[in-house]
Ligand binder design. Structure first.
Ligand code: HEM
Length: 475
């Protein structure tokens, strides 16, 4: 059935959104009650944290992205998805892979590398899933009737090609020799400083060349559809695309400032991180240019609310990333603090989750013929937004204080013995002072979670059927 694969991907995505954010809340409680659930090994911090992160990144966001691509790409190419059957099979296998991922992580099977925790058999399954999606969407491309390739298509098809590469390199599976090492040790084959460098090549590029680029592809599709305006500048869109393709891949080492890696590599990553201003601000110019005269739709449609604020979150997270996290003097204070956790949520929960939710609100009536209640949409938006602001601002304030305390030093001179001592603040005090901020994160987090479970309920609820028209000509 037309759009069935897209629908199943969207539904699965929202189920994983609810499950994985709930796991995040348990992790958040452990920051204030470290002994809570401690007797159960599968519910310990080290196992639940990667379940949360992999669940939201590979369950929620990635499945929503594939759902959106299955919906948007055929329409942009004026054709049908090559195989709904293959799409539905991919969805089933994707869910099964995620269930295996949760089981293996909760049993403590991990590669021990952030965002690359999953063990190699699951990595292989994920690589296979990307092959299936590539086959389906490239076959769709071959049957296209459209002559003009709209900006979204560039972003989406490029992401389909470079994401498997980034994934395979990050998981040590690209070269047979290193892969053999991976099989033998069930761990990543890189070691020492090289390992850290590869890890952040992978970690940052999976964000920049999958979550960012498909997210922007979706936003570029939704903007003219929701506003009724043609896109402000196709040329600016292409400048943004080619500069992100060139610049992003060199930026990962800014995660390792003041780490053990070579200084020159860190400096290169800082230069490229600052150059990200070009692709980011071209997108934002296009975004706000397209919205000209139509900002009022923010108050009318839930999809517009999420899309417009998602654009602002994107602007903020990139500005924050470039000017605070990636520059040495500021990174000296905020690195390793909760500031970074706040920043991470601004990007993946703020910008990309908002774009994905906007896509679901927009596509759902076209797929099912049933609109999600606007009253609920508004509540969904405000509850999520209030929760997110409380969540992020508390971590930013707490993180700044944390970093300042870590950097605090005073000199004490004992004149009797002529001894000089440099004294800092005991680390445990900097842990204890975070408690109020951790509580605020729980409050904000619970608001977000309640809103997402309600969202899931509304997707299953049978709302009244609506007539929906497609404004295709605007692209
Ligand atoms: C779609 C929604 C969400 C996404 C995409 C998301 C994503 C992430 C990511 C990428 C990290 C790793 C951050 C880092 O290493 O700097 C993380 C950590 C975390 N998240 Fe979320 N998250 C979401 C929602 C939530 C919610 C609702 C809560 C509930 C309180 C939560 C609690 C946490 C906690 C406690 C951590 C661990 C922080 C640490 O280890 O210091 N997240 N999340």
């Amino acid at each position: 059935m037309k759009d069935s694969a897209s629908k199943n991907f969207f539904l699965s995505a929202v189920v994983w959104l609810c499950v994985a954010t709930t796991a995040g809340a348990i992790v958040a409680f452990k920051f204030v009650y470290p002994d809570w659930l401690a007797p159960y090994s599968w519910l310990t911090f080290g196992r639940l944290r990667p379940i949360h992160t992999n669940g939201v990144l590979f369950g929620w966001l990635s499945m929503a992205y594939v759902g959106a691509m299955f919906y948007m790409i055929p329409r942009l190419l004026k054709t049908d998805l090559w195989s709904e059957k293959l799409g539905n099979f991919t969805c089933l296998l994707w869910n099964a892979t995620l269930v295996l991922a949760v089981i293996s992580l909760s049993r403590g099977l991990t590669q021990g590398v952030e965002y690359a925790e999953l063990i190699w058999p699951i990595d292989l399954l994920i690589a296979f899933l990307f092959i299936l999606i590539n086959i389906n969407l490239w076959k769709t491309f071959i049957t296209r009737r459209a002559e003009h390739l709209y900006i979204s298509l560039w972003y989406m098809y490029a992401s389909l090609l470079w994401t498997p590469l980034v994934f395979l390199i990050g998981n040590g599976m690209l070269f047979p020799i290193t892969y053999a090492g991976g099989i033998a040790s069930m761990a990543t084959p890189y070691t020492g400083v090289n390992h850290a460098a590869v890890n952040w090549f992978y970690g940052h590029n999976i964000i920049g060349l999958w979550f960012t680029t498909v997210g922007l592809g979706m936003a570029y599709y939704l903007l003219p559809k929701i506003t009724g305006n043609a896109i402000y500048s196709h040329r600016l869109g292409m400048v943004g695309f080619w500069t992100i393709a060139f610049v992003y891949v060199w930026t990962g080492q800014h995660h390792l400032l003041y780490g053990p890696g070579p200084q020159w590599l860190q400096t290169v990553s800082i230069v490229f991180s600052v150059s990200l201003l070009i692709p980011v601000y071209t997108v934002i110019r296009n975004f706000w240019g397209t919205l000209e005269g139509k900002w009022h739709i923010f108050f009318e449609e839930p999809s517009a609310k999420f899309l417009i604020l998602g654009g602002w979150w994107y602007f903020l997270t990139c500005t924050q990333g470039i000017f605070s996290n990636a520059l040495r003097p500021i990174s000296k204070i905020v690195h390793f603090t909760n500031w970074v956790v706040g920043h991470a949520h601004l990007a993946v929960l703020g910008a990309f989750t908002y774009f994905s939710i906007a896509a679901i609100y927009y596509c759902w009536p076209h797929i099912t013929g049933r609109e999600i209640s606007k009253k609920f949409g508004s509540r969904h938006f405000w509850l999520t937004t209030l929760g997110l602001v409380i969540f992020m601002v508390s971590l930013w304030i707490g993180g700044l204080i944390q970093g300042t305390l870590w950097n605090y030093k005073r000199i004490e001179v004992d004149f009797a013995t002529d001894q000089v001592q440099i004294i800092g603040i005991p680390f445990i005090q900097t842990v204890l002072m975070m408690k109020p901020y951790y509580w605020l994160r729980i409050v904000g987090g619970l608001m977000i979670i309640v809103a997402q479970w309600e969202f899931l309920y509304h997707l299953f609820k049978k709302e009244k059927a609506t007539e929906v028209e497609e404004k295709g000509a605007l692209l």
